[in-house]
Design a protein around this ligand. Structure first.
Ligand SMILES: C[S@@+](CC[C@H](N)C(=O)[O-])C[C@H]1O[C@@H](n2cnc3c(N)ncnc32)[C@H](O)[C@@H]1O
Length: 209
């Protein structure tokens, strides 16, 4: 596993050109909607929102979505979508936990897709998720099942090669979330070299504060 930070700014402009990413965001949004009834009084945080693929799928159904990311390049693309689509209930915040920034605000639902494997210290992240969630609020995390380091063609900034669901559940519980459950959220076939293609799966793990 590579311990360097990945430069998401460089990838931002072409991020949405990868159809697999767009489909994963849609599949994760559908999985979220199967687990929780979103309502127009809910405030959502999308941690590691990137260009807003997941936030945009959910925003119509809730009061507000705040997209949080450490890459200004990603947020620039997201912000241009927000103004282009005239979205009044969606905003972004630049937050880099690696630089000591902390999550602020109070949310009914915290979601995150394909981001936690890029975070070095996940226990402190989950403590912050708990701080940022209202009592009875929800935490919904979508990420890779163990991938043997093969999902990314370059593992720069990949601190976890997917997550074992049993261990990940313990992180939810340690941070103070209850009723922890997991479902399959998405799957994707990807070439992994030597002419081989492999099937990767994503889980959605859900918990309640
Ligand atoms: C693989 S992308 C996923 C983006 C988006 N959720 C999606 O599904 O398209 C991971 C995102 O996490 C962000 N990220 C990585 N490390 C972070 C950190 N320490 N704090 C906040 N965001 C971070 C990156 O900038 C990037 O936008």
């Amino acid at each position: 596993m590579n311990t360097e930070k990945r430069d998401f700014d460089k990838e931002a402009a072409s991020w949405d050109e990868n159809p697999g990413r767009v489909r994963i965001a849609k599949d994760v949004a559908r999985a979220i909607l199967r687990q929780v009834a979103l309502t127009h009084d809910m405030d959502i945080m999308d941690f590691g929102c990137g260009t807003g693929l997941l936030s945009i799928e959910l925003q119509l159904l809730v009061h507000s979505v705040t997209g949080i990311d450490s890459s200004q390049g990603m947020l620039d693309i997201f912000n241009s979508k927000i103004s282009g689509m005239g979205l009044k209930n969606v905003g972004t915040l630049l937050v880099d936990l690696e630089k000591g920034d902390r999550l602020t605000g109070s949310y009914d639902l915290v979601v995150s897709s394909m981001t936690v494997h890029h975070i070095r210290e996940i226990e402190s992240l989950f403590d912050q998720f708990n701080d940022a969630t209202v009592p009875d609020g929800h935490l919904y995390i979508a990420d890779l099942d163990p991938d043997d380091g093969l999902f990314h063609s370059d593992n720069t900034g990949v601190f976890h090669f997917g997550f074992d669901r049993n261990n990940f559940r313990k992180v939810f519980i340690k941070a103070g979330f209850n009723n922890v459950r997991d479902v399959k959220a998405a799957e994707i076939m990807k070439p992994v070299g030597n002419g081989e293609t492999r099937r990767f799966t994503l889980f959605l793990m859900t918990g309640r504060k």
